[in-house]
Design a protein around this ligand. Structure first.
Ligand SMILES: [Ca+2]
Length: 312
């Protein structure tokens, strides 16, 4: 048993409290070949108190109150729209997450960035970081302890837009040209900081997520498994977002850790625009920073995979 536990690859997750982020957490924790070292929440696409609460309750639901949740205190330059962020309150109040009086999963006393720096420092081997929100908490952890850069095996990040437009709205975000993706735009300096490191980056940009929508048919397919608590939870979460154009952003990124065989990857040389109307844009630039991008996915097999993983 001990050896089996040791052979599991260590992963630290940092999410930012969107509907997609809880479902990514729920998917990650079904992967038996990985050892999850903790979940950090960045106060970006959420309100942080309900985001931390919902995360702790979800870990309880999955029988993983042995893990610790940590609250990052970083701040982004460009706040997410309130309309996106308010879903956090709904998820935190879902009946399936509120069957007990209080969450059992502990909340770290230290900040999320300090927790991340410490967990990386103490890890006996290199750790993969799964990041389904802005890169700011990782940048802050590197600021606290620059040496932990070499404890990061790679960062698997939902973010960026390479050869497609971004998803920052030109109208609501006045002065922007719409070329940036939100996780990058929230804190362009943090994206640029991570681009300066030697850490291998595998990104899941809008180029691929644009092809993997959350469809009504998919939500109805989950409903047919609703006797399973996790399927029920996922179905309720997706029901919240079917009124808008919603894609498997974070969940697709997370699925790569479980089923890399479903993906085709492509390497790019890139740069990050740190300021101005394109701030946060990840642009293809020959001679620039190498990143590996998820390029194509077998969409039907991806849908089948997550339906199966959540059937528990
Ligand atoms: Ca997210």
């Amino acid at each position: 048993m001990m050896n089996a536990a040791r052979s599991k690859k260590p992963v630290l997750m940092v999410h930012d409290g969107g509907v997609d982020d809880y479902l990514s957490t729920a998917l990650l924790l079904t992967m038996e070949h990985l050892q999850v070292l903790g979940i950090v929440v960045t106060p970006a696409d959420c309100y942080i108190e309900p985001a931390v609460g919902a995360t702790r309750k979800l870990l309880d639901l999955m029988g993983r109150s042995d893990l610790t949740v940590a609250e990052s205190t970083v701040r982004g330059l460009n706040p997410f729209p309130r309309l996106f962020r308010r879903d956090t309150f709904t998820v935190d109040h879902l009946p399936i997450l509120n069957q007990a009086d209080a969450p059992q999963t502990p909340l770290a006393a230290e900040t999320g960035q300090a927790f991340m720096a410490r967990v990386l420092h103490e890890a006996p081997e290199q750790v993969t970081i799964l990041c389904t929100g802005p890169l700011s908490t990782i940048a802050a952890a590197l600021e606290l302890n620059p040496s932990v850069e070499y404890k990061i095996r790679k960062i698997v990040w939902m973010g960026g837009a390479l050869n497609v437009p971004g998803n920052v709205d030109k109208v609501t975000e006045g002065g922007q040209d719409g070329s940036a993706e939100w996780n990058s735009f929230w804190d362009p300096a943090a994206t640029a900081r991570i681009w300066q490191t030697d850490i291998p980056l595998t990104i899941c940009p809008l180029d691929i997520t644009n092809n993997v929508p959350v469809t009504s048919a998919f939500v109805r397919a989950i409903a047919r498994s609703r006797q399973f608590p996790l399927s029920d939870f996922a179905g309720q979460c997706y029901a919240l977002v079917t009124h808008q154009d919603y894609f498997f952003w974070d969940v697709l990124t997370t699925a790569y850790l479980g089923r890399p065989d479903l993906f085709e990857l492509k390497d790019w040389e890139t740069a990050v625009i740190p300021t101005g109307p394109s701030q946060g844009r990840t642009v293809v630039q020959p001679g620039g920073r190498k990143v590996r991008a998820l390029h194509k996915v077998d969409t039907e097999k991806f849908y089948e995979y997550i339906l199966e993983q959540w059937r528990r």
